[in-house]
Design a protein. Structure first.
Length: 114
C-alpha cells in the first residue's frame, strides 16, 4: 500500500487530480454518472465487468504503465459469432482511434535511452 500512496502523491505533485483508493461497489456508478473522467482498476476483472455493462459496444480497455500504447476493445474475442457477419466493430474502431490518439502523445512511462 505504501507504493500506491507514493505514486498517488507523485501524481498529485505533478498537478494530476487523482485520489483513492475508492470502493469498487460505488466508484463505477459515480464514474458512469460523470463524477470522474476515468477509473483505474488494479485487476482486469475489476474494471472490465463494469465497463462492459456500461459500454459493451464502445468501451476501450487501456493498459497503463507500458513503454508502448496498448488498447483493446472491451468485448473480448467473440468466438461464438466469429465468421458469421454479426460482430459490431464499434469497440474495435474506438480502440484503434484511442491508440492513434495516444501514440501521438509523449509517453510518460517510456524511459530515455542512455
Amino acid at each position: 500500500m505504501q507504493l500506491c500512496a507514493r505514486q498517488l502523491s507523485g501524481a498529485q505533485r505533478r498537478g494530476v487530480n487523482v485520489f483513492g483508493p475508492l470502493s469498487g461497489d460505488a466508484v463505477f456508478y459515480h464514474a458512469a454518472n460523470g463524477s470522474y473522467d476515468a477509473v483505474i482498476a488494479m485487476y482486469h476483472d475489476q474494471g472490465l465487468a463494469p465497463l462492459k455493462l456500461a459500454a459493451f459496444d464502445t468501451g476501450v480497455n487501456l493498459t497503463l504503465g507500458l513503454p508502448i500504447v496498448r488498447t483493446s476493445p472491451d468485448h473480448g474475442t467473440a468466438f461464438d459469432i466469429a465468421g458469421k457477419n454479426k460482430a459490431n466493430p464499434s469497440s474495435m474502431m474506438a480502440a484503434i482511434s484511442w491508440a492513434a490518439t495516444l501514440a501521438a502523445r509523449k509517453n510518460p512511462w517510456k524511459r530515455a535511452r542512455s
